[in-house]
Design a protein around this ligand. Structure first.
Ligand code: SAM
Length: 492
């Protein structure tokens, strides 16, 4: 992170003396914080469900958040937090909003970044001295501030955060296996859960266990990390005009996503606040949206826990996995060529409703190419990796048909997995022990159903295109053969 932006941020941070932590008692965890002469005792619960935040559909805490923000210097807003149909709570226009209007103006002093001041300064110092990167640092910061309850300046913000962010981080391994077995997003969720667990274990080993009075396990544990990472995955934004700094921006993070809008949050140097510029007008009562980026439905489920309405996401894609055939005579050489360009087998490529990337085609060429094409292996591997600067479409007419057939086979094997799940052949059942669990099961089933449907739709489209191309190639070949035979007869 650039030094310049660091000092800029520090100078705008709140001025209050940090609390100090005293050793914890045996039962429960007692922290004494003295803030600007005020003394607050905070008792945190024993390990269990995360006690912070609120139900995602409650707007009570959101009203307190809005009050606190305006008392802390947020300018009057043209939007307010309300219950909405899309996204439970969202920002709704209170006045007419024009197209091209700048909104929000959240000052940096009301934004959480890796440079934010810790209420427990000693804890912050330990993490910074250990060069903990931004994401784990922010995850720890959130837990630390949350555990201090109203002794933290972020109390109103944290109280309005969802107690359970519904990203795939919150799905158990058996839920992922049961509901998302057909989708490649299952693997990405497992990778993400593994990363978060490894990050927590690393922090525990390197830092928390060495400073148990600052980072007691009752508070800094896997459950609370899952919560804080869930919050980061679903609310953290990257601000391009601040050297790509990542930040939690209160109020702005109440904006829901729409794939139809093209507006993003950023720092505005002129007004010195976080803003976004509307790409359409809004009337009072209408929900205002931003874009969380050009993400597929699977990526939206992975980080944000929702799947957009069918056919509404132009950026939707489905990952298709390709592998080299282990019995291929050139397996070793092909694998070496792939590894040279940072690829491996299997490898995932995104398939869109509008088509597939050149890299996918290049990988498929490599997978089917015969030993006589050895000299081209490297060229194919290079084109399959997005690392090369020059993107050119490879053409090998002699193996074109085989290559398209290979992609079609991959599509069809993927479609059959989705069909098994969607049309009842796969098991989506699980044992239900409580009404809460029944609700959860219904929600997860619906999300999985929506995702699988949208992904299968893209695969069906690719299947249609590939079959048509193969048929055209075959009829073309047949026509050429008939003409050749005609000529032969004529010359005889
Ligand atoms: C940045 S927060 C937006 C505010 C959030 N609705 C709240 O009440 O705290 C992101 C979360 O909002 C919800 N969300 C955002 N856009 C959505 C959409 N288009 N459909 C359904 N849920 C959405 C998801 O739960 C997501 O994890």
């Amino acid at each position: 992170m650039a030094e310049a932006s660091r000092s800029f941020y520090t100078s705008l941070l709140p001025r209050h003396s940090p609390p100090t932590l005293r050793p914890r008692h045996r039962l429960g965890f007692r922290v004494r914080c003295s803030l600007s002469g005020r003394s607050t005792a905070v008792v945190a619960e024993e390990a269990g469900p995360v006690p912070w935040g609120c139900d995602v559909d409650s707007v009570g805490n959101a009203s307190a958040l809005q009050r606190w923000l305006s008392e802390s210097g947020l300018p009057p807003q043209k939007m307010g937090i309300e219950r909405v149909d899309v996204g439970e709570r969202g920002l709704v226009a209170l006045k007419n909003i024009r197209k091209g209007e700048k909104l929000l103006f959240v000052p940096p002093s009301l934004v959480i970044t890796a440079d934010s001041k810790w209420s427990c300064q000693e804890a912050g110092d330990v993490l910074r001295k250990s060069f903990v990167p931004d994401w784990p640092l922010l995850a720890t910061y959130l837990i630390s501030e949350a555990s201090l309850k109203d002794a933290s300046r972020w109390y109103n913000y944290i109280s309005a955060l969802p107690r359970q962010p519904y990203s795939l981080l919150y799905w158990t391994r058996s839920e992922l296996d049961m509901y998302l077995v057909a989708s490649q997003i299952r693997e990405r969720a497992i990778e993400r859960i593994t990363d978060v667990t490894a990050t927590y274990n690393d922090l525990r080993l390197r830092i928390f266990s060495k400073h148990p009075q600052l980072f007691p396990e009752e508070i800094f544990n896997m459950e609370t990390f899952k919560w804080s990472f869930g919050i980061l995955f679903s609310r953290l934004v990257r601000l391009p005009s601040m050297d790509g700094k990542v930040a939690l921006v209160p109020l702005a993070d109440m904006l829901n996503h729409s794939s139809e809008v093209e507006t993003f949050l950023d720092y505005d140097k002129a007004s010195q606040g976080i803003v976004f510029t509307t790409d359409r007008p809004y009337q009072p009562g209408e929900q205002v949206f931003i874009s969380y980026g050009k993400k597929s439905n699977g990526e939206l489920l992975l980080s944000y826990g929702f799947v957009p309405k069918e056919g509404s996401n132009p950026n939707d894609s489905v990952d298709l996995s390709f592998s080299l055939n282990k019995s291929d005579k050139c397996y070793k050489e092909k694998l070496e060529a792939l590894q040279k360009y940072g690829l491996s087998t299997p490898h995932r490529f995104p398939l869109r409703i509008t088509g597939w990337p050149l890299e996918l085609m290049a990988y498929a060429y490599l997978a089917v190419s015969p030993p006589s094409m050895r000299p081209q292996f490297e060229e194919m591997a290079a084109a399959a990796s997005s690392k090369t600067n020059t993107k050119k479409a490879l053409k090998y007419p002699e193996i074109e048909e085989q290559t398209l057939q290979f992609i079609l086979d991959c599509c069809e094997s993927s479609i059959s997995k989705y069909t098994k799940i969607l049309e009842g052949g796969g098991s989506l059942e699980s044992v239900i022990t409580s009404p809460k669990q029944a609700n959860r099961k219904l929600l997860l089933r619906q999300l999985a159903f929506d995702l699988c449907n949208s992904e299968r739709r893209i695969l069906f489209r690719a299947q249609y295109i590939l079959r048509r191309r193969l048929r055209d190639m075959k009829t073309g070949e047949l026509r050429a053969l008939t003409i050749m035979n005609g000529f032969r007869k004529l010359f005889k």
